[in-house]
Design a protein around this ligand. Structure first.
Ligand code: COA
Length: 161
C-alpha cells in the first residue's frame, strides 16, 4: 500500500502563480548580501510576467517554497540564460543550491538546440557556479550597485562532449 508523502519531502516542480509571495520572501531574505533592493521590483515584475511562461522551477518542502530559479532561451534557441536563482537564506549550505542548479542545467541541456548557458551573478556567488564548469567572461565592478559586482559567466555544453 502506498504511504502518504512525508511533510518534509523535498520536491522540485514548475513555478505557479501562487508561489509569488514565497518567492518574494526568498528574495527579501537574500537582499543586501546577494541582491540589491533596487532589483526587487524587477524580480516582482519577472514573477508577474515571465516566470509562468519561462522554465522557472521551485523547490518545495512541507508546503513551503525554499528555493527558486530557472532559465530563458535567446531568440535563436541556442543560449539558455539562468535567471533569478536563490535559496532560503537559513537553508543555504544544505545542498539545495546544488539540487536547483543541476535541475536547471539538466532542463537547459535537454532543450533541443541549446549549446550553452550564460548567467550573471555577484562576486559572492561566482565561485558556486564555477563548480559546475562556468567560466568568467566579464566583471563589472559595482555592476549591480555599490559593493555588488557583476560577473558574466558562460558554460558551453559542446566543450564537455
Ligand atoms: C548561490 C546559492 C544558490 C548556493 O546555494 P546553497 O544551497 O547555499 O549551496 P549548496 O549547499 O548546494 O552548496 C553546494 C556546494 O557549493 C559550495 N558553495 C555554496 N555557495 C558557494 C559560494 N557562494 N561560493 C563557492 N562555493 C559555494 C558549498 O560549499 C558546497 O560545497 P561542498 O559540496 O563541497 O560542500 C545560494 O547561496 C543563494 O541562494 N544565494 C543568494 C542568491 C544568489 O546570489 N543567486 C545567484 C545569482 S541570481
Amino acid at each position: 500500500m502506498a504511504s502518504a508523502p512525508d511533510a518534509q519531502t523535498t520536491i522540485i516542480r514548475p513555478y505557479i502563480s501562487s508561489d509569488w509571495r514565497d518567492c518574494l520572501s526568498l528574495f527579501d531574505g537574500n537582499v543586501l548580501r546577494f541582491f540589491s533592493t533596487a532589483e526587487r521590483a524587477d524580480f516582482a515584475n519577472f514573477l508577474d510576467q515571465d516566470a509562468g511562461a519561462w522554465s522557472y522551477q521551485v523547490i518545495e518542502r512541507g508546503n513551503r517554497v525554499i528555493a527558486c530559479g530557472g532559465h530563458a532561451l535567446d531568440a535563436q534557441g541556442q543560449t539558455a540564460y539562468l535567471c533569478w536563482g536563490m535559496v532560503a537564506r537559513e537553508l543555504q549550505g544544505t545542498g539545495l543550491g546544488d539540487m536547483l542548479t543541476k535541475a536547471r542545467l539538466r532542463a537547459a541541456q535537454n532543450t533541443p538546440g541549446v549549446t550553452q548557458v550564460r548567467l550573471d551573478t555577484s562576486q559572492h556567488t561566482q565561485g558556486f557556479y564555477r563548480r559546475f564548469g562556468f567560466t568568467v567572461e566579464k566583471i563589472v565592478p559595482d555592476g549591480y550597485g555599490p559593493g555588488l559586482d557583476r560577473w558574466d559567466m558562460l558554460l558551453c555544453f559542446c566543450a564537455s562532449e
